[in-house]
Design a protein around this ligand. Sequence first.
Ligand SMILES: [Zn+2]
Length: 266
Amino acid sequence: MDERRGVWCGVLLWVVFLTGCAGPTSRIDRSAESEQAEPRSSATVPTDWESFGHSVQGRPLRQRSIGRGPRRALWIGGIHGDEVEGMVATEELPSAFAAVPGLGDRVTLTIVEDVNPDGRAARRRGNSRGVDLNRNYPAENYRAGGSRGPMALSEPEARALYELLGELQPDVVLVAHSWGRKPTGPAAFVNFDGPAEALAERFSELSGMPVVPSTNIHGTPGSLGSLVGIDRGIPILTIEWEKGTDPIDCWQATSRAILAVIAGEG
Ligand SMILES: [Zn+2]
């Protein structure tokens, strides 16, 4: 699939999403934000996406960067195809980032749109081969088989993100997820791996989402958290919004928290 078709696919998905899934949505008022952003911004909002690989079905995997600072932050807007709550955050992050005075001098933020566009198109968790792209990384706890894939990095989407991680060498990673509310436990929470407890606590303070340590979650072999946080010692936060929440509400409830973590306010 070529780039232009991929773009149209993205547009179509967005339209389908707005009309078929999320129900009535309110528009985000950016007037106050843009008034602040113009004179004080130290970062230029990027308009174009760059491809860093392709999915099994040929959809482009896309990223863009903003800022030129020494701290390197990576945002991953989606990895499970049926968890779309982070999509507005992914769209809004560049202008929100640019609106924070001086942030672009301190931080370079790379935004990955979605690691699993095939899964998102089909509205299912795994990629088009049924592999969970958050269980396909060569972490020490990886176990081959089933939805984890026949071997680590068996999937092109996982390989592309793995290579991007190597290129970027991020200082912090944030990943957008969502989960269905359980009878017990919080509706939404933030989870962390690696030396990210202070960042997770800060995120929690600003968002109201409780921190749930990885020790409270059943094993996640071959996950990004295992590879990046546990094996490599890089702080990584997994944001778990409540599944089905309007993505605009998700962004508005967590935008300050996300920007604080990106800025390194732990
Ligand atoms: Zn997920």
